[in-house]
Design a protein around this ligand. Structure first.
Ligand code: GDP
Length: 332
């Protein structure tokens, strides 16, 4: 289960005390499990790993809380060296002081072997807390973590905090941001999406990983969680419908998936399949009642999205090429 050191940026390590919610997060985000079904999840005692391929190949490793990773039989140094992000899950509904001590110990170790590691803390299960209590818990956890790091002489270490729950979109939003930090092409992708928004009457555009519904990039306007939800649901609807289409031999057609839907406020939801399990989903303004105008507008959108797809393909080929060259250089 050791990550491949050649993919150094691509592994996400999920850690935290037992019953914090790690397995539930994996099952809900990567396996479409219904949040309530996680109540009956068995506690895992072995490290597990999920593969997740988007523009880069990512893997997510879950380390069960009861394993002590500082025992000599685990090559912890090697694990942390080859990891892009450490995601630490804290159960906000439980007494969390032990978790914070554990967290700073792990940060100290991780940072020593890999100063480039991204440290991400999920203040999890916030669905059970009132709005006021959420803010208090966040402030308290950030303060205490800061104090512990100061004591360890690690005040320069950047730690990001997210309030999450598997019962709403917050876990997807947090993981989307965590994954985005590991994609070297992110600035170019964002530029390309901003370009689309500027040239077409798009309100919001996401580049989604279809399986997990994480967005690997979006334009620079702020993410409104309802828009995110509508776009993510549109992927499911489109895929369900697509599975209904079979050719005359009963085989599924291998055509590019594409779908457009008109909302009651006349806006359009637009989906196009891209490469490597990605889909572009945009919310397009359409004040015109006139269907002919809509057709010509869609022609322009299609044309621009084609260009985007070609650029994405080029980007993917280049990154494969760069990786290959690096591998060759390393083996020399
Ligand atoms: P792990 O030991 O860290 O892998 O924790 P589990 O995934 O087994 O979760 C422990 C319990 O927490 C399960 O009963 C889950 O249903 C519950 N749980 C996980 N995430 C959430 C959440 O966001 N909110 C609430 N209320 N419960 C959660």
């Amino acid at each position: 289960y050791l990550p491949n050191p050649n993919d150094s940026n691509a592994t996400i390590l999920l850690m935290g005390l037992r019953r914090g919610g790690k397995s539930s997060i994996c099952k809900v985000v990567f396996h479409d499990m219904q949040p309530l079904d996680t109540l009956y999840l068995e506690s895992t005692s072995k490290p597990t790993s999920e593969q997740f391929s988007s523009l880069i190949d990512l893997s997510l490793m879950e380390i069960p809380g009861q394993l002590n990773y500082f025992e000599p039989e685990y090559d912890s140094a090697r694990i942390f060296q080859s990891v892009g992000a450490l995601v630490y899950v804290i159960d906000s509904q439980d007494e969390y002081l032990n978790a914070l001590t554990n967290l700073s110990m792990i940060i100290e170790f991780a940072y020593k072997v890999n100063p480039k590691i991204h440290i991400e803390v999920l203040i999890h299960k916030i669905d059970g807390l009132t709005e006021d209590y959420r803010i208090d818990a966040q402030r308290d956890i950030m303060q205490r973590t800061g104090d512990e790091l100061l004591d360890l002489g690690l005040e320069g270490v950047q730690v990001s905090f997210y309030l999450t729950s598997i019962f709403d979109q917050s876990i997807y939003e947090a993981f989307s941001k965590i994954v985005q930090k590991l994609i070297p092409e992110l600035p170019s992708l964002e530029n390309m999406l901003d370009n689309l928004v500027q040239h077409l009457s798009i309100d919001k555009v996401f580049l989604f990983d279809v399986n997990s519904k994480l967005y690997v990039a979006t334009d620079s306007s702020p993410v409104d969680i309802q828009t995110y939800e509508v776009c993510a649901e549109f992927i499911d609807i489109t895929i369900d419908l697509d599975e209904l289409y079979v050719d005359e031999n009963g085989e599924q057609t291998n055509k590019e998936i594409k779908s457009i839907s008109r909302l009651s406020n006349h806006s359009l939801l637009y989906l196009r399949q891209m490469i490597r399990g990605l889909a572009l989903v945009a919310l397009i303004r359409n004040d015109d009642e006139n269907l002919n105008d809509m057709d010509s507008m869609l022609t322009v959108v299609n044309y621009n999205v084609n260009l985007f797809k070609q650029a994405l393909m080029q980007m993917w080929q280049n990154s494969k090429f760069v990786k290959k060259t690096n591998d060759v250089n390393e083996s020399l």
